[in-house]
Design a protein around this ligand. Structure first.
Ligand code: UDP
Length: 374
């Protein structure tokens, strides 16, 4: 039996490694000239800073199996993601916490006082929030929503927040204490040698043949089974239509010394065309003082067209209908499994992708035992 894995991001790499460890030959193809998908990191040639070429990736998880798994292939250094936001010309702490609330309203409230204060500002007539906007108005009220979410979300998604799902807003916590840790995960860190080295270690196995700059369409498919982690609509030649994605454009700039004093600053005001600026040396605090120059990226979000890297799936009702058509086609396709962020068209964090890939490995073991691949 031979297997093919399409895509060398976390999902594909975890699957390939598992099959190789079980004694099977695996061909991994990736059309990019490098492995690691959108997690790819490399040293910036001008400054020497380790940069996340496809935008900041901060590893965080509550899943111990996932955390143990990544430790096998790389050393992680503690890193806490503390995001700042510039809104209405002032700097605030995100996610919204007691400091944000007190600074924004010019108050000095304690947790319970702030909770009552914010509850009074919310729209309690919204019983079952259906959209991003309804969820925001129900949770934080209109002033905080307008300042931090309305403009940013329109830039990020290119749509009115009233047309976006409530689940996008619910990704972010609202805290009535001074905890400014962006993620509420017990395990959080950065791989000390970057994500590329980590994923290369996962793929480093004598039975794995990694073919870069090679698309799935270019290879002869005589494999027992294909694990496809590319975009699901592309596999079917976009026949029923294209699923919508947002893509991100990065504007790189280098300055001497420091630029913004932290890893990420969000720009929430609508008249600023970019969503955020990231300064990548801060993602590796243990070496942030080693550089003479610093490299930063402004992020511009726009609708993905042909040939653009797909970033964020836009799961609106129309897309969900189209996705259901693709899911039906995928279900009928023999000898292929569709996995990962692009293979299932979902907004997945790295740890969720790895967790799902490990669960798929469990199912692969069952299938191998029952001999269903033959
Ligand atoms: N968001 C916002 N302002 C911010 C940060 C986030 O309006 O300063 C919105 C935006 O729509 C984003 C969502 O909240 O997509 C979830 O935030 P998260 O940080 O999870 O966004 P990501 O960059 O992962 O999409």
């Amino acid at each position: 039996m031979t297997f093919c894995v399409v895509g060398s991001g976390f999902t594909g790499s975890v699957l390939a490694r598992h099959l190789a460890d079980r004694g099977y030959r695996v061909t991994v193809v990736d059309e990019r000239p490098h492995p690691a998908g959108n997690c790819y990191t490399e040293r910036d040639p001008e400054t020497g800073v380790m940069v996340h070429r496809y935008g900041p990736h901060i590893f965080h998880t509550a899943n111990l199996r996932v955390w143990d798994y990544v430790q096998r292939f790389g050393t992680f250094s503690p890193y806490i993601n503390r995001v700042k936001a510039i809104a209405q010309g002032r700097v605030f702490s995100l996610p919204i916490n007691l400091l944000t609330i007190n600074q924004f309203f010019g108050t000095a409230m304690g947790p319970e006082e702030a909770r009552t204060f914010i509850e009074r500002k919310t729209d309690t007539s919204i019983i079952n929030p259906k959209s991003f906007e309804e969820q925001a108005l129900r949770s934080i009220g209109s002033e905080l929503y307008r300042a931090f979410f309305h403009g940013y979300t329109r830039k990020q998604w290119g749509r009115e927040p009233s047309s976006l799902p409530a689940s996008v807003f619910r990704r972010l916590p609202l805290r009535f204490d001074y905890d400014d840790n962006y993620f509420h995960s017990p395990y959080q860190g950065m791989p000390v040698n970057g994500y590329t080295a980590l994923i290369e270690n996962i793929l480093n196995h004598s039975r794995i043949d990694l073919r870069l700059s090679c698309s799935f369409e270019q290879i002869d498919n005589d494999f027992t089974h294909v694990f496809y982690t590319g975009p699901i609509d592309r596999y079917f030649d976009f026949r029923p239509g294209r699923l919508a994605y947002r893509t991100v454009e990065f504007e790189r700039f280098v300055v001497p010394g420091d630029y913004q004093g932290t890893g990420v600053i969000n720009y929430c005001d609508k008249d600023i065309p970019f969503t955020r600026i990231s300064e990548h040396k801060y993602f590796m605090p243990w070496e942030q003082d080693h550089f003479e120059k610093t490299v930063c990226f402004r992020e511009y979000s726009r609708e993905a067209g042909k040939g653009d890297a797909p970033y964020y799936p836009i799961r609106l009702t129309s897309e969900k209908r189209l996705l259901a058509t693709y899911q039906a086609l995928a279900h009928k396709e023999r000898g292929v499994s569709f996995l990962g962020r692009l293979g299932t068209y979902r907004y997945l964090d790295m740890d969720v992708s790895i967790g799902e890939a490990l669960s798929a490995c469990d199912r692969i073991d069952e299938a191998l035992q029952e001999d269903v691949f033959n």
